[in-house]
Write a protein that binds this ligand. Structure first.
Ligand code: UD1
Length: 416
């Protein structure tokens, strides 16, 4: 088992460069199937992308990597059933449903994996495929999705789901006629996928709005895209800077993508400077408590809810966080409490009473962002914190150990 050891209480100085967004990259790689040959730049080096690389190789595509640039040639793809093992390695495997359905009118795979932070159904994805004309057979957790032809239509999403919006887009770009996705997700990662599809020749209007209009085309060719900076990785390191930074520069970011975070930090009195493509964060001794509610974009992202919990333990007074997206996203709380925090869970809300002085402990990562929250707490802890099940963190934070070491964190990864 891989563990992390962090010796805390050192100030973080220097620059952290942010990589490409995980949630864009994991959609862009499956989307490549729709074209013949595409180039994707600024791809993050994370295990979720490597898992997709395995699936795309298994399907027969050629995949060349040169640093952070990948070229995918999908000319020799065979539309095989995606195995249970491949499907369950990550959540985003589900994008092969939309991409294969769009290209071959048939997709066969299992219910996807991913962090267990709630029930995470995919009914909206499936209803969207059905509205486009697909028939879905379900054998246990295996899905066979087939269509004689896909025909554009109006699809109203009950919830502005990132996954459902992208998956329906992937199928609709090659459907006959017009599809409208109403109450579509507006997250920047959706826009990144739209730009990629347009570069292949897709006709999509309404980027960044809640109604997307797609005019189906017969063929998609070429395609080029640069993955946008990861706003969640950026946000995590900005929070680290407010907890323990000494002029810590978080570079190569798009601050407009995480305005809800920086607004919250400024409300708390955090010492941050926001530049055009960077943020500088400093350890701030007296922070004010705040009340946060997670929302879809541009609201406060659920993916930063667990990381900011660690910071709120430092504020003087009571803060609250209401989680509105996932029903099981407080699994970091018992471990933060074991480290000395005072956090009470009340159904979908937590009350955080600060300020806290953390103690070093042995803790376990239950999911990706819970792991980030524990690392943040460990940065402020005298002594050595041991974090188990680090694989969850490596799924979504590119070169996190090297990036933290470079700014002075005493962090090592060990196989025990
Ligand atoms: C994506 C992100 C994840 C982020 C989340 C919310 C990826 C790979 N993952 O996840 O990091 O936390 O957006 O910003 O991009 N829902 C349904 N039925 C569906 C789909 C979703 O009820 O068919 C519900 C879910 O239970 C959840 C909410 O909608 O309550 C959000 O789901 P969704 O936006 O789809 O999240 P993911 O795409 O899974």
């Amino acid at each position: 088992m891989e563990i992390l050891k962090i010796k805390g209480n050192h100030l973080l100085k220097g620059t952290i460069e942010i990589g490409g967004a995980k949630n864009s990259a994991v959609a862009l790689v499956p989307a490549a199937i729709l074209s013949d040959e595409v180039v994707i730049e600024n791809v993050p080096n994370i295990s979720d992308v490597r898992a997709l690389e395995e699936i795309i190789n298994y399907l027969g595509a050629e995949y060349y990597k040169e640093g952070t640039k990948i070229t995918i040639n999908a000319k020799k793809v065979k539309n095989k059933a995606i195995t249970m093992e491949h499907s369950q390695k990550l959540r985003a495997s589900y994008y092969f449903m939309g991409a294969l359905l769009g290209k071959y009118k048939k997709a066969e795979m299992y219910f996807p994996g991913g962090c267990s932070i709630g029930s995470r159904p995919i009914d909206l994805h499936l209803q969207g495929f059905e509205k486009l004309g697909a028939k879905i057979t379900n054998e246990g957790n295996k899905y066979i999705i087939k269509a004689d032809k896909l025909v554009g239509t109006d699809i109203h999403l009950r919830f502005a789901s990132v996954g459902a919006t992208i998956n329906i887009l992937l199928a609709a770009v090659k459907a006959e006629g017009l599809t409208r996705i109403i109450n579509a997700a507006k997250e920047p990662e959706v826009g990144n996928v739209i730009d990629f599809l347009i570069s292949m020749g897709a006709k999509i209007k309404g980027k960044d709005s809640d109604t997307l209009v797609i005019e189906g085309v017969k063929k998609l060719t070429g395609g080029h895209v640069e993955v946008i900076p990861d706003r969640i990785e950026a946000g995590t390191y900005i929070i680290a800077g407010v907890m323990q930074g000494d002029h810590l520069k978080i570079d190569k970011v798009m601050p407009e993508h995480f305005a809800s975070l920086t607004e919250t930090l400024l409300k708390m009195g955090a010492d941050i400077e926001i530049g055009d493509n960077y943020v500088i964060a400093n350890k701030t001794p007296r922070l004010k408590p705040v009340d946060i509610v997670t929302e879809t974009y541009p609201g406060f992202p659920t993916d930063l809810q667990q990381p900011i919990t660690s910071l709120l333990t430092m504020a003087s007074g009571e803060s609250t966080i209401t989680e509105t997206i996932y029903e099981n996203r407080f699994q970091n709380v018992p471990y933060l409490n074991a480290m000395g925090a005072n956090i009470e869970i009340q159904e979908m809300m937590i009350r955080i009473k600060g300020p806290t002085k953390f103690n070093s402990k042995e803790v376990i990562t239950t999911d990706l962002r819970a792991g980030a929250a524990l690392i943040l707490a460990a940065l402020c802890t005298p002594g050595t914190t041991v974090i188990k099940e680090v694989k969850h963190v490596l799924r979504g934070y590119e070169n996190i150990i090297k990036k933290l070491q470079k700014v002075g964190v005493k962090i090592t990864q060990e196989d025990v």
